[in-house]
Design a protein around this ligand. Structure first.
Ligand SMILES: N[C@@H](CCC(=O)N[C@@H](CS)C(=O)NCC(=O)O)C(=O)O
Length: 206
């Protein structure tokens, strides 16, 4: 049985749980991080010395970094779903996965901390505005790509979509004044039609 360490409402944990659900792989999930704490527990730090979630336990094999866990699950259990062997399509998927982790995660994280997890009276509007501007700049890039292809992964749903959509869910639901990004919105609608996305990603934001 695979074990996923990490609270269910973390965007990075959601990627892993969503991937497992898409692939129909049985797993157990353990709440840790956020209000559950325990990220500095020596046993957890032994598994993931970064003290962040998610972390995957597959027997005696331990893996951290959400996008890498998704890659591992797809390679081990995906049997050619959610991925492709065509080298160009493959590295387009990899490109978007790295792009979400290297660029988008940081301002989304800032938005969650500054807006969702900070009481209104204590919010720093300048920090929120900076995060929103950066998210907007980045999502325009994804919107442009999605004007040319159905999914971020190309013609078919795949790993790049799993890497992006859990970050879009809080943005769409928390930010009231958003720019018009019709291609991104069309794509996001497709995500919301997936039962595994509804089950794992579309939960209370906190
Ligand atoms: N690059 C890492 C980032 C992991 C990360 O920063 N996770 C956040 C949750 S999204 C975390 O552990 N936050 C502390 C907490 O939840 O208490 C990954 O993709 O796995």
């Amino acid at each position: 049985m695979l074990t996923v360490w990490g609270r269910k409402n973390s965007s990075n944990v959601k990627k892993v749980l969503w991937c497992l659900e898409e692939l129909n792989i049985p797993y157990q999930q353990i709440d840790i991080g956020g209000k559950f704490g325990k990220l500095d527990d020596p046993n957890y730090l032994h598994m993931n010395p970064n003290g962040v979630i998610p972390c995957l336990q597959d027997g005696d094999f331990i893996l951290w970094e959400s996008n890498v866990i998704v890659r591992y699950l797809v390679e081990k259990f995906g049997k050619n779903t959610l991925y492709t062997n065509d080298i160009k399509e493959k590295y387009n998927i990899e490109k978007w996965m790295d792009w979400t982790g290297c660029n988008l995660f940081s301002p989304i994280k800032q938005l969650m901390i500054s807006l969702v997890r900070t009481p209104e009276a204590q919010r720093d509007q300048k920090v929120i505005a900076q995060a929103l501007a950066e998210i907007e700049r980045l999502l325009k890039i994804a919107d442009e790509a999605l004007s040319q292809q159905t999914y971020l992964s190309g013609d078919k749903f795949g790993m790049a979509d799993i890497a992006l959509a859990p970050f879009i869910y809080p943005w769409i639901n928390v930010v009231t004044e958003r720019p018009s990004l019709p291609n991104l919105e069309r794509w996001y609608q497709l995500m919301t039609e997936r039962p595994a996305f509804q089950k794992i990603v579309m939960i209370e934001i906190n």
